[in-house]
Design a protein around this ligand. Sequence first.
Ligand code: 3NM
Ligand code: MG
Length: 510
Amino acid sequence: MPVDLSLYLVTDSTPAILKGRDLCTVVESALQGGVTVVQYRDKTNDTGVLVETARKLHQVTKKYNVPLLINDRVDVALAIGAEGVHLGQDDMSFEEAKKLLPENAIIGITTSSVEEAKKATADGADYIGVGTMFATSTKTNTKSVIGTAGTQIILDAIKDSAIGTVAIGGINHSNVQRVIYQSQSPKKGLDGVAIVSAIIAADDPKASAEKFAELILNAPQFAQASKPPRTNEVEALLNEAPQIIRKMIEVHPLVHNMINFVVSNFVANVALSIGASPIMSPYGDEATDLCKLDGALLINMGTLTSDSVSNYLKAIKAYNERGNPVVYDPVGAAATHIRRNAVTQLMAGGYFDLIKGNEGEIRQVWGKSTVQQRGVDSGPSTLDGNQKATLARDLARRERTVVLLTGATDYLSDGERVIAVENGHPYLGQVTGTGCAIGTISGCFLAAHRSDRLLAVLSGILMYEIAAENAAAKEYVRGPGSFVPAFVDELYAIRTAAAKGDDSWFAGRA
Ligand code: 3NM
Ligand code: MG
C-alpha cells in the first residue's frame, strides 16, 4: 500500500515551535484534523528520549492508522517498530538503511536537485521530500531554496517514475494551493506537502490541519478562473478581440494600481479613457477592501521603496485569495540588487495572472539573466525574435500563467500559444508611462474577460497600439509631446466607437 503523502506532518520539539506543549497531544490533534503521515524529527534530544517519545507517538499514530516515520535515526525506527524512516543527504545511505530495516519499511529521501532526485528514484526510495520550497526559520541550514520553479524541474526529471513526492519548506495556508499548482510539471505533480510550523506552532493544530486538508483538495481560485483556451487560431482570436473590448467597456472594471509615481497620472488617464476605473493605492492593507470589487491589481515596481515589497505581498495575497487577476510589471528588474531581490520575493510570494516586461526584465524573472540593466529603460536587445518568443513561452509554462514580453514586437504567450504583435508606433518609446500603462490596461481586460487570459491581454494591447498608430498619424502630432494628448483622445475615440458596436477602427489593422 503506497503511503498517502497528501498532508505530511513533520514534528519539531524546539520551544519556539512546540511552545511548551506536549508533542503527543499536538500530533494527536493534527491527526484529528486530517494529517496522513507523521515524521518524528528531533535534532536535540538524547537517544533515550527519542526512543521514548517515538514510542508514545507511535501509539497515537496507530490509533489513526497513519504511518510514523523517524527522521535520520534508523536505530530508533527499529527500536520501536516504526513504519519507516526519512533520510537527509547527510544521513545513512539508502542502501544501508534498506539492509537494516524490514522489507516493507517506508524510506523517504530529502532531495534538492535533479541528481539527488534521480538517485533516490533509481535506488527505489518510496518518496522524496523536495525542497527547500521557500526559506523558513524552522530550518535555516537548508542547502538551497528552489521554489516552485526548481521543484517543477525535479518533478519533470523523474516524470516516468511512480515515486512519491512531497514539497517542504515555508508552506502555509496562504501558499499551499499555489505551491501545488505551480510546481506541477506536465507529467508529474506533487503528491503532498510537508508542514512543520504551520501545524505544530498553530494555536489549534487540528483546525490548521483541517484547513490544509480542505485547501489541498481544491485548485486555487486563480486556476479555477482560467479555463483552458478555446482556440489556437490567431484569426479566430483576432475576430473575437472587438467583442472583448466591448465587454471590458461594459464591465467598467476597477484597476488597482500599485505603480510608480512617475507615470501615475498618465496611467490613470489611460485607464479612464478606455472606460475602466483606476485607483492608485500603494497601501497594501487597502487591498483587503479593494479586492472585493472584483477588479484587477497591478504591481509596478518602478519606484520601489523600503516598504514596497511587504505592501505588494499583502495586496497580492488578498487578490489571489479571491481569484481576482494580478499583473506584475517588474520594472528595472535587473537594475539593482534591491530590485533583483524584490523579483525573487514577489515571485515566491504570490501568483501573477500576467507577467509583463521588456527583455531584460523578463530575463531577470526567468532567472538566468547575466545582463546588468543600466536604468529602467529597455536597454540593448540580445535576443532575436525566436528567442524572445521562446523565453515568453517558457516562462509562461513554468509559472503556469501568461507572459507579455514587450518591445518593437510584443510576444504574448500562455505557455502553449505564442502571438507576436507588430502594432504600435515609435513615439510610444519616447514617452514615459506608455509601457507601464500596458500593465494597467491588461489588468482591466483580465478582470473583464476571465475565460481566456491570452485573448484578454491581446485585445487590450491591440486597442492600445492601434490607438497609438491613429494618434501618430494626426497631422498636428509633431513629436512625443503632442502625441500624448492625441493618444489619450484616440483611446477614447476607440472606446466610444466600440461601445456603439462600431468595429471599423479594427478592420484590417491587427
Ligand atoms: N526540511 P516549515 S525545510 C524539516 O528543505 C525541513 O529539507 C527542509 O518547516 C528541507 O514547514 C524544513 O515550518 C522545515 O517551514 C520546514
Ligand atoms: Mg537529516
